[in-house]
Design a protein around this ligand. Structure first.
Ligand code: GP9
Ligand code: MN
Length: 635
């Protein structure tokens, strides 16, 4: 009894508490290889903080210690939550995201993981030890202020060397990309240095990259001009994954309307991937409209809002079309309302401009939004490009049970999987009704309807999703299936029924659709390919997997947790078979080049010297009485 009491009152307990905290932390951010070493390193820093405050004589030192220790704990807690959802730890470059999270609170709470609370649970105990025993320990172990200062000097110097890693040492990268303190110091340093750093690619390399991408397309073009002169409705469907297409849940079709659509007059791309950046939905549309890759720091609509673009809305306009967008959520979200004029949209109908009496989840229900979109479409007296963005199938998939179209098995009721299937079925029905509406209004025959999913709905890193979807698919639910979204291009009256299995992604939409509409893209800065005329396909990933990860033909490559080629993994997406990574080193390097080239194009605003689109927009900005979009609403 006496012995147990002695142990409880000794620093051993403090070490145990800190070790539990750090083992939990590193497990939750998926570090396994170097975990013991990292736990020891981080404990040294936590102990230093503990004894630094214990030996100093300043006023309120207990409170200050609690604030610092608690602050680091909150950061660790945020890291684990963020990692759980994004597969990345928190970055200062993404602090802006806090305001967006506040707008989707239900999604935020749904990503909480109970194990993260172990990190917080330890804080009062450590504080108790600080108050009650730290002074006794200092005396017992002769921990002087002088000694602490010496250790502080050594540890801080070591931490800075590891975090900054001036010579790019590969061993240090292994530490500074994962050790809690080094990772965050490294993040702050790289954010500060960003503007002073020389670009990692040159303009010559950018041109080599874009020429290389174009060079992988066939000389003679299939389906060129198949849709020439028709209207285009492009629907970006919120969180629509590919695995629901054509699938049955307990004998019930999940997407009967989409299945019908792709069954006639359609191309169905069944190896099509979402290549979003940190701006989820809007990066999906950014990449789709511009054939450029998004970046990890922030949504392109904010970072490069006023760049010159010549994507699909501009190209359609140049060809006599009226380009407009409709979305049932607030116009300011993801900075759409400011970015859209620069993207080339002449009008943006957001929630503020629409009748929003019928709401589900975040904003206007898909049925209502699509009905209002059809009313706008039928008004047009010249060819149009309508970009519609659905919303109801948004995490956490809330829908009144009276709207349920599927009969869920008892075990799926109330689960993410069950709720997801129901909102998918709802959106499918809304699209079905929209197509009927277009037919009744007489605008269907002359209109191409293209639709695709923006990104995954069920994150495979969440164990409940992983288990249930694996069971549903009858194969391991991995990143390949998580990122796979459907692309359907429906061209009425063609009699086509083609499944295109060329690997591609949102990056490839622009060249693919332009070939069908026989629209020439004048700028060389196109990082995707026409999937109907490509010899091979490659898609680079930005979010959820680290830079360097890609899918090429039937192989998916995930760069290691430490962002190094060694320790990465590759697998065959058709069979799931794990592959030796050696043959994919060149593809990995090409992927990094592709991403860097895309970023270079954006950071240097390379199209500014080619097109003068922004002149009209800037004139409107200068005129305080003018707005980028007319004030009229549909209410
Ligand atoms: C909001 C909608 C959802 O406007 O596009 O965005 P997400 O949260 O999926 O990025
Ligand atoms: Mn989305």
């Amino acid at each position: 009894m006496q012995r147990a009491k002695k142990i409880i009152q000794s620093p051993v307990m403090l070490l145990v508490l800190m070790a539990i905290k750090l083992i939990t932390y590193y497990s939750l951010i998926d570090v396994s290889l170097t975990r013991n070493f990292l736990v020891l390193s981080s404990i040294c820093i936590l102990l230093l903080i503990f004894f630094d405050f214990a030996t100093c004589k300043i006023k309120y030192r207990s409170l200050l210690f609690l604030l610092i220790y608690g602050g680091f704990t909150i950061l660790m807690f945020s890291d684990t939550m963020y990692f759980n959802y994004y597969n990345q730890t928190v970055s200062v470059k993404q602090l802006w995201q806090a305001s967006n999270v506040a707008k989707v609170p239900k999604s935020f709470f749904a990503t909480l993981i109970p194990a993260s609370f172990i990190l917080v649970f330890e804080v009062p105990f450590v504080f108790y030890y600080f108050r009650k025993y730290s002074q006794a320990w200092i005396e017992e172990y002769n921990i002087t202020r002088k000694k602490v200062r010496r250790y502080r000097y050594v540890l801080v110097t070591l931490l800075l060397v590891v975090a900054v890693n001036p010579l790019g040492n590969r061993k240090l990268i292994k530490i500074n990309s994962v050790e809690f303190f080094a990772n965050h110091v490294n993040d702050v340093v790289s954010a500060v240095m960003k503007n002073t750093r020389a670009s990692s690619v040159s303009e010559v390399e950018v041109m080599q990259e874009v020429n290389g991408v174009a060079g992988a397309e066939k000389e003679s073009r299939n389906y060129q001009g198949l849709a020439k002169g028709k209207n285009l409705i492009l629907i970006q469907v919120e969180s629509l994954q590919n695995f629901v297409i054509g699938a049955k849940y307990n004998g019930q079709e999940i997407t009967p309307n989409l299945n019908k659509l792709l069954g006639k007059d359609s191309f169905y791309f069944d190896h099509y991937y979402s290549n979003i950046g940190k701006g989820n939905t809007v990066d999906a549309e950014f990449s789709t409209l511009n054939s450029l890759y998004p970046v990890i720091d922030r949504e392109c609509y904010s970072l490069y809002e006023q760049n010159t673009f010549n994507g699909l809305p501009w190209l359609m306009r140049e060809n006599g079309y009226y380009s407009f967008a409709v979305h049932g959520y607030v116009g300011s979200f993801w900075n759409r309302e400011n970015a859209y004029p620069y993207q080339g949209f002449e009008e943006f109908y957001s929630q503020e401009d629409l009748d929003d009496t019928e709401q589900i989840g975040l904003g206007i229900s898909d049925k209502s939004m699509l009905k209002q979109a059809a009313n706008i479409i039928v008004e047009q007296d010249k060819p149009y490009f309508a970009f519609l963005n659905t919303l109801t199938n948004h995490h956490p998939y809330e829908l009144e049970e009276s709207e349920y179209l599927l009969t869920l098995a008892e075990e799926d009721k109330g689960t993410m999987f069950g709720k997801y299937l129901e909102t998918v079925a709802y959106t499918d029905a809304a699209i079905g009704a929209f197509i009927e509406d277009l037919k009744e209004k007489g605008v269907y025959e002359n209109t191409v309807i293209a639709l695709y999913g923006d990104h995954h709905g069920l994150n495979a890193t969440m164990s409940e999703n992983k288990q249930r979807v694996t069971e549903f698919l009858g194969k391991d639910y991995d990143y390949d299936e998580m990122f796979k979204v459907p692309l359907i291009i429906h061209v009425p009256g063609t009699g086509l029924k083609e499944t295109v299995s060329m690997t591609g992604g949102q990056i490839d939409f622009l060249p693919t659709i332009c070939n069908l509409f026989d629209i020439k893209i004048p700028q060389p800065y196109i990082l995707g390919r026409d999937l109907l005329n490509s010899k091979e396909g490659i898609v680079a990933f930005t979010a959820y997997l680290f830079q360097g990860s890609f899918v090429k033909n039937n192989v998916m490559f995930e760069i290691s947790r430490e962002k190094l080629f060694e320790g990465s993994r590759a697998w065959n997406i058709d069979t799931g078979e794990e592959l030796d990574i050696e043959p994919y080193e060149e593809d990995y390097k090409q992927t990094v080049k592709l991403k860097e080239s895309s970023q270079y194009i954006l950071e240097h605003d390379l199209m500014a010297s080619m097109f003068d689109h922004n002149k009209t927009i800037q004139r409107q900005d200068d005129d305080p009485t003018a707005t980028n979009y007319p004030e009229d609403t549909l209410n």
